[in-house]
Design a protein around this ligand. Structure first.
Ligand SMILES: [Zn+2]
Length: 217
């Protein structure tokens, strides 16, 4: 079976996610909004009203994500369906171009902010040169995917039925693809659970981690 994962929004806790993934030989994509990173880290909001969510500083992006892929999440994380055509195209194209300027490689993936998409938004993402775009929909059959601009994942990483879904995909020798935000890991218990989760996935006989663009190569 194939394992894939992606993480959204470029938060400081991504550093610890990356450390965990490196420890267990896992690959991942990180969906970033290049227009939201500043010269210094800053606190954007509080998750569940308690946990501060800090954005990474622009200058630490390359180091943080070394060895992983980044994907486009638009420049500033708007609701894409609410944008006029010109603004929509700018948010998508400039997001890709700015990430490519920062990281120095072609950015092929996209994730819809808020999962917000329709035919017009999908077309704009495809026309900008992305090979896949992730929605927030769930599926147990990631591939074959009728429309790569409407890629669904299997579940969120904290889904209550995460391992049941995993076992069904494993039985079918399919693609198990999950996603999340690093700020959803709330405390040391959460980090310990996450470490065990990735370790168990990596230790699955016959399973291999694959970068998302490879699914569409
Ligand atoms: Zn997001």
């Amino acid at each position: 079976m194939i394992l894939c994962q992606c993480w959204d929004d470029g938060n400081v806790d991504d550093i610890r996610v990356c450390e965990t993934l490196r420890r267990h030989g896992a690959t991942a994509s990180f969906n970033l909004n290049p227009g939201l990173h500043r010269d210094e880290r800053y606190e954007g909001w509080k998750f569940k009203g308690v946990k501060p969510v800090w954005k990474l500083a622009r200058g630490e992006l390359v180091h943080t994500y070394r060895g992983f892929l980044v994907a486009n999440h638009t420049v500033t994380h708007p609701h894409p369906k609410q944008l006029d055509d010109a603004t929509l195209a700018r948010e998508i194209r400039d997001g890709k171009a700015q990430l490519e300027a920062i990281f120095g490689y072609p950015v092929l993936g996209f994730a819809y902010p808020f999962g917000d998409h329709d035919d017009r938004v999908c077309a704009a993402v495809r026309d900008a040169g992305h090979v896949y775009a992730r929605t927030c929909n769930n599926t147990e059959q990631v591939l074959p995917c009728a429309d790569p601009m409407r890629l669904a994942s299997c579940c969120h990483f904290l889904a209550a039925d995460f391992w049941q879904r995993f076992e069904r995909v494993r039985a079918a020798d399919g693609v198990f693809y999950f996603w999340g935000h690093s700020y959803e890991i709330l405390d040391e218990q959460g980090w310990a659970d996450f470490d065990r989760q990735i370790a168990r996935l990596s230790a699955t006989p016959g399973a291999r981690w694959v970068d998302l663009p490879e699914l569409f190569a």
